[in-house]
Design a protein around this ligand. Structure first.
Ligand code: GDP
Ligand code: CA
Length: 336
């Protein structure tokens, strides 16, 4: 295999990608050429405008992770970060300071915002930013594209007794960062999705791939939003490449993040089995051929196989690049 395409969110997707790429280059992913190209289609529905800056959290998490600039302890943002601007904004009592923006990170958002305002689409802006982050480490071997150049934003409906309607809608980042996903999500709305177009290269990356992977990213607000971009689901269903997914749910819980709350909002149980069945088999009306679950979830295999999926159970904790590249190898073996 020479072309692998991955539909990624932020943290879970980026961790998976670093293990996948590590394994490919070292030749430990059977069936994949060591110089294979990895194309990442990243979720942009988490994007927001804050203090006049365009922020693309998932694009940046992938870019910083693969470029060696991510603060792994925090799980987002830059290494060796400082917080002078945030502290200054706090003293002005500017709203929105709940969204952490470090000084180094802000430089990325300034470049992105300036380029967007000069008329470049997000996909070209991302390509320019990746010249610094991906080119030195990966040459042309890794490409990062936003799912769409159009503004698409995930909003979450939550209960609010102070509102006449009894509910309120907040931006996904407010739900996640300010409210810490601490209240139930009644509904998830993706504003602007119906009018959105896939960014240049997105559909080709799926239809011309030798393999498509849905990494253990959030099935609703990461992979789910990418699949909802008009044309993407159809491309996944029609590509001649096998499509394999890896469960972000282990033993009935997400590993990190808020997949449980998001799955509840769409009426899907937080189990590896339910998420696999939610994606469904391409031989039916779904989007994957194979679904990898954690070894502790092996009881799900008969139901998954009964639904037309190839399924296997292996350790799915992404502890480091070695264990993660073994996950990638198992996923690829499942559909090869
Ligand atoms: P976000 O955009 O930063 O929320 O990141 P993603 O959507 O790409 O990934 C979030 C998902 O990664 C969560 O649902 C987690 O359960 C999942 N995740 C994080 N670490 C691991 C891990 O070690 N193993 C597995 N299987 N899933 C993980
Ligand atoms: Ca995200």
């Amino acid at each position: 295999m020479k072309q692998i395409t991955v539909l990624s969110g932020g943290h879970g997707g980026a961790r998976f990608l670093s293990g996948l790429i590590h394994g490919i280059r070292r030749g430990t992913v059977p069936g994949v050429d060591t110089d294979a190209q990895v194309t990442v289609i990243a979720n942009t529905a988490d994007d927001l405008w804050m203090h006049g800056l365009k922020i693309s959290p998932d694009l940046d998490t992938v870019m910083y992770t693969l470029g060696g600039g991510l603060d792994h302890e925090r799980g987002w943002g830059r290494t060796q970060e400082t917080w002078s601007i945030k502290e200054e904004l706090e003293t002005y009592q500017v709203p929105g300071v709940w969204f952490g923006l470090g000084d180094r990170d802000i430089a990325t958002h300034l470049v992105r915002t300036q380029m967007l305002e000069a008329g470049y689409p997000l996909s070209q802006v991302t390509e320019a930013l990746c010249r610094r982050w991906l080119r030195p480490a990966h040459g042309d071997g890794v490409r990062l594209i936003p799912m769409s150049d159009d503004r698409v934003e995930t909003h979450v409906v939550i209960a609010d007794d102070d509102e006449p309607s009894g509910r309120r809608t907040v931006h996904f980042q407010e739900y996640w960062v300010r409210l810490r996903a601490g209240v139930p999500a009644e509904m998830v709305l993706v504003v602007g999705m119906e009018q959105a177009q896939p960014a240049p290269g997105v559909i080709e990356a799926i239809t011309e791939a030798d393999l498509v992977i849905l990494p253990p990213s959030n099935p609703v607000v990461s992979v789910g939003t990418i699949l909802s971009v008009p044309g993407v689901r159809a491309a996944i269903r029609s590509t001649s490449a096998p499509v394999v997914g890896i469960s972000p749910i282990i033993g009935g819980h997400h590993v990190r993040g808020m997949a449980e709350q998001m799955l509840a909002s769409i009426g899907v149980a937080s189990t590896a089995e339910a998420v696999g069945l939610h994606y469904g088999a391409r031989s039916g009306v779904g989007v994957v051929d194979g679904w990898l679950v954690d070894e502790s979830d092996s009881a799900a295999l008969p139901a998954l196989e009964g639904a037309g999926l190839r399924a296997a159970a292996v350790p799915l904790w992404m502890r480091d690049e070695e264990t993660t590249s073994a996950i990638a190898a198992a996923a690829i073996a499942l559909v090869s």
